[in-house]
Design a protein around this ligand. Sequence first.
Ligand code: FMN
Length: 317
Amino acid sequence: MRYSTFTARREFLKFLAASPYVAALGGVAAYLQQSAFAQNTQEASDVIAGPANAFDVFDFEEAAHRKVQPAHWAYMASGVDDDATLHANREGFKHIELRPRRLRDATKVDMRVELFGTVYDSPIFLCPTGSEKSFYPDGELAVARAAKARGTLQILSTSTTTAVEDVNKALSRPVWYQLYAPSSWEACEKILRRVEAAGCSVIALTVDNTTGRNSETYLRTRPKDLRPCAACHEGEPGTAIKERPMYDGINMTGVQRQNPAMDWAFVDRLRKFWQGKLIIKGMDTREDARLCVEHGIDGMLVSNHGGRATETLRATI
Ligand SMILES: Cc1cc2nc3c(=O)[nH]c(=O)nc-3n(C[C@H](O)[C@H](O)[C@H](O)COP(=O)(O)O)c2cc1C
């Protein structure tokens, strides 16, 4: 199946290369560069066959692209509106310079960080991403095993496809739990009690994605024929509550999974209710940082949701 897709792609590239229209536009390379979703022109033999072959993390990208279902890839790789914030995020790193200080005994490099009493081996952590089973069959459990092996912090999404209890077991310690606060407080409280019972002491309330997203690129690039999706999904792909174990046992009839009416009064209520650490994910301005401090929040994840929520053009970095 994968081979035939690849062959078809090669045929398509050959066709493009011969096309006078494409030549007029600057050739195949220029055409592919314009299209974020065109497969990389890498030869199959250049694509890593396993993690050990990777020189850097971006070597995983094309390998994943070739393995993950096209509709799932379209969901993962797309931003909102014109994808300009998504691109700005990566571009932003190119403007960060490092000032190296020398002669500091580099035999004792220590990357460990302590956060809320737990020591992690690296300051790099695993963001919450929903639906991890749609990218790899073991989903969140595979991520937990990787996080355990590397002593890394894992944040688990409310849109997880694996129950928090099972993920904590695989990780051998509790995840930080990313909260999408439903529009009913009762539903929210039930999720929080479950998360607390699972041993989690840190929650990250995501606040940048409460009004829905205009995922143009996803809608444009996912396959047109969604009938095969019915084999796994009920209704519109990705929308079924049944696929999200964190809503098990909660009556979500008439309840929105994310609450567009959320405000600072909600944060205060949550602050009062949640006895553990509470951080906010998705703040992007100094004004909101100040408000976090004033409302007794324990930390902030500066984030624009990977350019997947609002087209602000402001790179997270
Ligand atoms: C496929 C995918 C799914 C995501 N799902 C969630 C989610 O369920 N909850 C959440 O808070 N953030 C989610 N995010 C956003 C990430 O946690 C993270 O913020 C982003 O990838 C990195 O951008 P940043 O540096 O602006 O935070 C998702 C991102 C991707 C790519």
